[in-house]
Design a binder for this molecule. Structure first.
Ligand SMILES: Cc1ncc(COP(=O)(O)O)c(C=O)c1O
Length: 394
């Protein structure tokens, strides 16, 4: 029998980094010591107090039974309490909070809640690729919204065509932003909420990096009066607590959307392990002790790395948050040329901006999620690069 893969899966964009990873493997096979700054996977171990709490939770027999899809009450209550402390917002734990198997899972399922075939979802360009996944699976249409440096990597809402807007149901955004490192202000969020209410668009603001900020604390979109009528926000324990492998995220905001997302999930998954949910509840409860050193750590890394890049001719605005630096190389070249050049001549693997969308062309993304000594070595290698060799095509 000839097995045919579905048209939908075939319509997924090709994996742009395939050739890059092939080249990386080839360099490693030559015995090169490659420093990988291509993916945002925090190297800092999860705080030992959280680990100890998880160990004790694993031993509790009630935790061995099926979890509740929308998350256990303990975690939903801690999430509510944390949003109150952090943003002054009250979310009802039963219908305005839902737990996710990492925010990526909820983000990928959200389009099933809101899109009918042919409806548009607005997606930033450059983007975190998972926003596209759910839209494709739900049979929706994608309209890319440029994030340009001249606008502080914020979308220009006035440039979205009226014809698209008439059929738009959902808009994904993420600040502090991956990949650009840009931040959003409450003033921008106010305009956005006004615009969303006017056009009947649901905003899904992905706040995965909300606690990795380098200046003023990143605001919540839901702090805008009336935002709860039109918006949800996604949160993640992956970066905030360096718990990427534990797979817990959550969504808060509009109860209709939160409950409908939960309905999708009830038909697909059975929620994450209760012991791990309780460990995240512990993390939230002790957030003010655990998170500032992590934030400070990423901030120091960003300062050191940005200094090296500025001193060697890279062009970029310093990141306001996230664990990324998004920069244009010292010479005019394509993202891929720059990335291949660094891989070959500095043995550093980075992510080409073009892999995040058309408007990412010309940029390179550095992820600062390797140990400090490796980042210092990467900075040393960046300093030693002779970009004239790329210009000369060597
Ligand atoms: C912008 C953004 N959102 C969401 C995620 C997913 O995070 P998780 O599924 O680990 O919560 C990531 C991960 O890199 C991300 O960069």
């Amino acid at each position: 029998m000839k097995i045919e893969i579905s048209d939908k899966l075939k319509s997924f964009p090709p994996f742009l980094f395939e050739e890059l990873y092939r080249k990386e493997r080839a360099e490693r096979a030559k015995g090169r010591d490659i420093i990988s700054l291509a993916v945002g996977d925090p190297d800092i171990p999860t705080d030992r107090r959280i680990v100890a709490d998880a160990v004790s939770e694993i031993k509790k027999a009630p935790n061995h039974r099926y979890p509740n899809t929308k998350g256990n009450e303990n975690l939903r209550r801690e999430i509510s309490a944390w949003h109150k402390r952090r943003f002054g917002l009250d979310f009802h734990p039963s219908d305005e909070v839902s737990i996710l198997i990492g925010s990526k899972e909820g983000i990928a399922h959200l389009p099933f809640v809101l899109l009918n075939a042919g409806d548009y979802c607005l997606i930033p360009d450059p983007t975190y690729p998972t926003y596209r996944t759910g839209v494709i699976l739900a049979g929706g249409r994608i309209h890319d919204v440029p994030l340009e440096e001249k606008n502080g990597f914020l979308p220009d809402l006035g440039r979205i065509p009226r014809k698209v807007l008439e059929k738009t149901k959902l808009f994904f955004l993420n600040y502090p932003n991956n990949p650009t490192g840009a931040g959003a202000t409450l003033a921008f969020y106010k305009d956005l909420v006004k615009w969303a209410r006017k056009h009947g668009v649901v905003i899904a603001q992905d706040a995965a990096y909300c606690d990795i900020y380098f200046g003023e604390p990143a605001p919540s979109l839901l702090q805008v009066p009336g935002a709860r009528d039109v918006a949800v926000e996604f949160y993640s324990s992956s970066k905030t607590y360096c718990m990427a492998g534990w797979r817990i995220g959550w969504v808060v905001g509009n109860s209709k959307v939160v409950c409908a997302l939960n309905q999708v999930k009830e038909n697909i998954d059975s929620g994450p392990f209760n012991a791990i949910q309780n460990a995240v509840a512990y993390a939230l409860k002790h957030h003010e002790q655990i998170v500032p050193p992590i934030r400070e750590h990423f901030k120091k890394r960003a300062e050191l790395f940005c200094r090296t890049l500025h001193e060697t001719g890279w062009r970029f605005p310093d990141p306001r948050g996230s664990c990324f630096v998004w920069a244009r190389p010292p010479v005019n070249c394509s993202s891929l040329d720059a990335v291949y050049f660094m891989l070959e001549h500095a043995h550093i693997l980075t992510a080409p901006g073009s892999g995040f969308g058309r408007y990412g062309e010309g940029f390179v993304r550095f992820s600062l999620t390797e140990p400090d000594a490796r980042l210092a070595e990467a900075a040393r290698r960046v300093r030693a690069l002779d970009w004239k060799k790329l210009k000369a095509g060597k």
